[in-house]
Write a protein that binds this ligand. Structure first.
Ligand code: RUB
Length: 307
């Protein structure tokens, strides 16, 4: 897909979920570089920078998208000619995409190790990484039951429920307001992350923080599954991750509610106190170690090249 097509697919959420938008954007930048026929390095650099901004504008608060674009476009200034720049971008993108795929396998195995045979697992939204852990536990022969929260307004929980059912997992769909009711029968909660701040707070689909509160109250461990590129270097000084607000029409048809304001924040922040562990491809960490992951992956004061 070209840049505009990819941007449209991300904007309309045809492609969604932090891992998918990151890898699809990386692939679109790679294809742009690979198909480039001009020989002026400056023009290609400008075009790639423009493409990076177009992709980022689709979901401007998405940390995985920003980190993916920065990873693919890194070191562009070092290329003396267009051929070298094309090779660099293609190689950066390939490395990013293959690391993301490897991360899924590693995270899946480490997460599965924390799901006991006979457990009831609660999840929310549709996270590739959380599902990797659940599917791996199932593949290992553990008898598990999954409670999938619907995840209003876009109901991504439907995708999770269908995916798990197709794989033969015992899965029950629940509405978001039933999360606390069902927590009493839950052994472990497994969720993904859109972003992780330097203090270990996890930004994920709206409703995750309520699930985390209910889990904390019921002493149910909460596992977050996230690749290292979900960690936000822009939070190193204690800055908050901006929460994306989307179209109210995703919640209800505003025309049916004259005079009523409709608010649609699509993510929320779960404080580190409510998180037991974050499973990353680099290992399982307590949320308090998030800052170290950021320093290790991005360096001190790292800023994206697309800014
Ligand atoms: C998706 C969502 C997912 C995370 C993690 O939100 O909140 O839990 O992105 O998913 P949206 P993954 O549907 O609004 O993009 O593990 O696949 O990166």
């Amino acid at each position: 897909m070209d840049i505009d097509g990819t941007a449209e697919a991300i904007r309309t959420m045809e492609v969604r979920g932090a891992a998918k938008i990151a890898t699809v954007a990386a692939g679109a930048l790679r294809d742009l570089a690979a198909g480039w026929e001009g020989d002026d390095v400056g023009t290609l650099r400008e075009e790639l920078g423009r493409a990076g901004r177009t992709l980022l504008d689709t979901r401007p608060t998405a940390v995985s998208l920003r980190n993916a674009i920065a990873a693919v476009l890194k070191d562009m200034e070092t290329c003396p000619d267009a051929t070298a720049l094309k090779e660099l971008v293609e190689s950066n993108a390939d490395v990013f995409i293959s690391r993301s795929e490897q991360a899924k396998g590693l995270i899946g195995r480490m997460c599965a190790g924390r799901i006991r045979d006979g457990s009831t697992v609660m999840t929310i939204c549709n996270s590739t990484m959380a599902i990797a852990g659940i599917l791996e536990a199932h593949r290992q022969g553990k008898s598990i039951r999954v409670l999938a929260a619907e995840s209003r307004p876009r109901r991504q929980g439907y995708i999770t429920a269908r995916t798990l059912a197709e794989a033969g997992v015992d899965v029950t769909l629940i509405v978001d307001s039933a999360v606390r009711y069902h927590m009493a029968k839950t052994d472990v909660a497994v969720v993904g992350a859109d972003a992780i701040a330097s203090n270990g707070a996890v930004i994920n689909k709206i409703g995750t923080s309520q699930l985390a509160l209910a889990a904390h109250e019921a002493r149910v461990p909460l596992i977050v599954c996230a690749e290292s590129y979900k960690f936000s270097p822009l939070t190193m000084g204690g800055e908050l991750v901006e929460i994306e607000m989307r179209d109210p029409a995703e919640v209800v048809d505003p025309g049916e509610f004259p005079g009523v304001k409709i608010s649609n924040p699509v993510f929320d922040a779960t404080p580190p106190e409510y998180i037991d562990v974050i499973v990353t491809e680099l290992g399982v960490i307590p949320p308090g170690a998030a800052y170290e992951i950021i320093v290790q992956q991005f360096g001190y004061g790292a800023l994206s090249e697309v800014e």
